[in-house]
Design a protein around this ligand. Structure first.
Ligand code: CUA
Length: 335
């Protein structure tokens, strides 16, 4: 059983190399460079390790022999082999360390070069426990907000300006790049240069309270045309209600408790302390990746958020069944 354990772990190790949340995906320029650096470091360190382990039996054998007679020991101290071997070993160590230093310097330089020419700027603000995402533009009519999801065009360097409204969080989309802290009262940034279209998962990587694990970010890397289509759809005001039930939901959401925290563009709801809901139903998940978007989860989340995400800032309002039906029907129209 014990001998079989490494074989059983193998699929787990290989499984970690692919998927929507892996540092071995190489789907972003920085991530790909880090993988190359990791492989290079591992190769050099493996060679050095094997040399040390390989030299160990030889050293033990020599020591054993030298213990035999005093004459032998004297002989070994003046062995003509030791001098050159030592020189070669020191040379190898210096060469190895130099190679590692140069490789990490070049990787850092390439990452810094990307960061000098961002073509897209997105402001990401962390909150307990969700992500506020704002696409900045010099044209105010092209500025828009969303939450818990990030769309990026493939091959375009995007600079994310990061900050936090409460405690320290950490922004991490392992498929694309390394981690960066979000600190209240300070701006940090990270550059994402996606190489492949696809869906990825970001995760807060710094413990930030009881729902730290339920603080995920959906990242979609789109083709240029898909990104433009998505961006234009997000600039539109919210869809208007068309049925009496949706209208009842619209009235509730935009005039009662919901609107004091949430904003819905084109309606009286203008709260700024909770996720923007203008295109809420177009997102893949609810409550920062806590559950997939869907009617059943929507009912559960609105009826009793505290039992699904304990400690969340979303209160359990205590809607009547008719109100709940109406609110869900309206929110589902916000595509
Ligand atoms: Cu935010 Cu952990």
């Amino acid at each position: 059983m014990i001998r079989r354990a490494p074989v059983l772990f193998l699929p787990l190790v290989l499984g970690a190399c692919e998927g929507v949340q892996t540092a071995m995906g190489g789907d972003g320029a920085e991530s790909a460079r880090f993988i190359d650096l990791f492989v290079f470091f591992t190769a050099i360190c493996t060679v050095m390790y094997l040399l040390v382990v390989g030299a160990l039996p030889f050293a033990l054998w020599r020591r054993k022999r030298s213990a035999l007679t005093v004459d032998d020991r004297r002989h070994h101290h003046t062995s003509p082999v030791v001098g050159p071997a030592l020189a070669i070993w020191v040379g190898l160590v210096v060469l190895g360390l130099t190679a590692l230093t140069v490789a990490s310097f070049l990787t850092d330089r390439s990452n810094a070069a990307d960061a000098r020419k961002p073509a897209l700027i997105v402001k990401v603000t962390a909150n307990q426990w969700w992500w506020d995402v704002e696409y900045a533009s010099t044209d105010p009519s092209r500025t828009m907000r969303t939450a818990n999801e990030l769309h990026l065009p493939v091959g375009v360097p995007a600079q994310l300006i990061l900050t936090s409204n409460d405690v320290i969080h950490s922004f991490w989309v392992p498929n694309l790049a390394g981690k960066q802290d979000l600190i209240p009262g300070r701006m940090t940034d990270v550059l994402l240069l996606p190489r492949r279209t696809g869906l990825y998962r970001g995760q807060c990587a710094e413990f930030c309270g009881v729902q730290h694990t339920q603080m995920a970010l959906n990242v979609s890397v789109d083709s240029a045309a898909d990104f433009r289509r998505w961006y234009d759809s997000q600039l539109q005001p919210a869809a208007a209600p068309t049925t009496p039930l949706q209208l009842a939901g619209y009235r509730y959401v935009t005039t009662r408790e919901c609107s004091s925290c949430h904003a819905i563009a084109g309606t009286p709801a203008g709260g700024q302390v909770a996720p923007d809901l203008t295109h809420f139903a177009s997102r893949r998940t609810i409550a920062a990746g806590t559950m997939p978007m869907g009617k059943g989860n929507l009912y559960g989340w609105i009826a009793d958020p505290q039992s699904l995400k304990t400690g969340s800032r979303m209160p359990t309002v205590g809607l009547e069944p008719a109100e709940l039906h109406a609110v869900v029907a309206y929110l589902e129209t916000l595509k």
